[in-house]
Design a binder for this molecule. Structure first.
Ligand code: 0VR
Length: 466
């Protein structure tokens, strides 16, 4: 075992490729395992987790992993829990009544309250503020994807807090055991540095005496979209006349450096044969960035989703297949957790409202957009990616009435898409109720960098991650 090995518990449905990529960027050698002996002996262990509390605990117990994990944590051996990996250390969770957690941290995980301005799941960046006792977590911005959290800090642990309609535990640390509710592997360089400090035995991070600023509305996210056809980024107008715009991994890395909060990769290749190309593209983009990656286009089943998550996606987007079989939404949310499931809806105006089009805008579904968005939420969607087909690529701005109509009816984040060409367009969409703004042309044509757009948004009173 070299001193750079980091063992990662395979929980079956976690975003393992993202965790492996982050460990490599932090200078470690990731090794995925579900062997109880390896979990027992590992010098360093990461326990990632997406999905439900009950399913995770059932899986850990069924595979004989709960005991070795509990033992090494009680011995304070280097262990990093991520998201659900923090929650399973607790006694229980509202998410899965009757299921016992590992019980190392007293306390019950409860559901985020949310509000009209704070959608649940929390799918955005938020401030992390360490407490008085020094720990590997420094003050900064972290990416969250959670509907549940530990509200009360446990005794005897160093502590960092976040506020999302009320304070909750962002991270806890005791000796070399660190557990984060946020995703350090998706929190850019700040998150990689945190993983590096944890791997090396801790760094000199100054503790802070402040409490997190109360958050009444999460920062808005700016999300560049890479429409990819046969391994190349393309761009068209109303989904047609596609032009080559460059290499996906190169563009994604550029956008992350400019301050992008997430990347959406949309496979618009027509043929099924291109699915292999798609996985290679996802792996290349995953290796190039350490912010959340959503992949869509042609996702028709749990197997398609699992392949994309294994290749490096953190979320999958379903569009045509969900209209054809709405039960797909629930089955994806059940296996991967709703924070992994984005329902993409392409809308065209008509008859005083909007109707859903599928197959890249070529086919009318007969569904009303607002009703379909509400049904998608009720079936387990974590987010809605709402594209105006009429506005796509036209640079005429988002369809603001469409955004207001949907965002006022659902409690999950709505991502605006289609038509942006100026920072004002993005500000208008966010003021219309979108939680995030997706754009392609404005960035691919290099008229504005992501950083310039975010600066303009801040000047217009929109809270963004700096
Ligand atoms: P912009 O208006 O350039 O910001 O476009 C944003 C967004 O609408 C597009 O990136 C994307 O949703 C367009 N979608 C599809 C497609 C493009 C080509 C072929 C198919 C599709 O099926 O969504």
């Amino acid at each position: 075992m070299t001193t750079r090995d980091v063992f990662i518990v395979s929980t079956g449905s976690a975003n393992l490729a993202s965790v492996c990529s982050a460990v490599e960027r932090a200078g470690g050698s990731p090794i995925i395992t579900q062997d109880p002996a390896a979990v027992d002996l590992a010098e360093r262990l990461i326990l990632p987790g997406v999905g439900s509390f009950g399913a995770a605990m059932e899986s850990l117990r069924a595979r004989g992993l709960a005991g070795p994990i509990e033992r090494r944590i009680r011995e304070n051996r280097p262990t990093l829990g991520i998201c659900l990996g923090l929650q399973v250390l607790c006694a229980s969770s509202e998410e899965s009544p009757g299921v016992n957690g590992l019980g190392i941290v007293p306390g019950r995980v409860t559901r985020l309250a949310g509000s009209s301005t704070l959608p649940v799941p929390q799918m955005t960046w938020n401030r992390v503020v360490p407490g008085e006792v020094s720990m590997d977590v420094s003050p900064g911005w972290a990416y969250y994807a959670n509907s549940f959290r530990l509200p009360e800090p446990p005794e005897g642990w160093a502590l960092a807090m976040t506020d999302y309609g009320g304070r909750f535990v962002a991270a806890i640390q005791r000796s070399r055991v660190l557990a984060c509710q946020f995703h350090p592997e998706l929190s850019g360089p700040w998150g990689i540095d945190l993983i590096r400090r944890w791997m090396s035995g801790g760094g000199d991070v100054s503790a802070l005496q402040v409490v997190p600023r109360a958050m009444s509305r999460p920062p808005s996210r700016v999300i560049p979209c890479l429409d990819v056809k046969d391994g190349r980024v393309v761009k068209g107008v109303q989904f047609g006349n596609l032009r080559d715009m460059g290499d996906p991994a190169t563009l994604a890395a550029t956008y992350e450096q400019q301050g992008a909060d997430e990347i959406v990769l949309l496979d618009v290749s027509a043929t099924v044969e291109s699915r292999g190309t798609r996985l290679r593209t996802v792996r290349d983009v995953r290796r190039a960035i350490s912010i959340p990656l959503t992949v869509g286009g042609g996702v028709r089943s749990k197997e398609d989703a699992a392949a994309l998550l294994d290749a490096g996606a953190d979320k999958v987007s379903v569009n045509t297949a969900a209209v054809a079989d709405p039960s797909l939404i629930h089955s994806l949310a059940e296996v991967f957790g709703r924070q992994c499931v984005v329902v993409a809806i392409d809308a065209v105006r008509g008859n005083g409202g909007w109707s859903v089009v599928v197959r890249s805008g070529s086919t009318q579904s007969g569904l009303d957009v607002v009703r379909w968005a509400k049904e998608a939420e009720s079936r387990g969607a974590g987010e809605i990616l709402l594209t105006s087909h009429d506005r796509d690529g036209t640079r005429a701005g988002y369809d603001l009435e469409l955004l207001r109509a949907v965002a006022s009816q659902v409690g999950i984040p709505v991502i605006a898409s289609g038509g942006a060409s100026t920072p004002d367009h993005l500000a208008d969409a966010l003021h219309a109720g979108a939680s995030a703004v997706l754009a392609a042309s404005i960035f691919h044509e290099s008229e504005y960098s992501v950083g310039q757009v975010k600066s303009s948004l801040a000047e217009r009173g929109v809270e963004v991650r700096p």
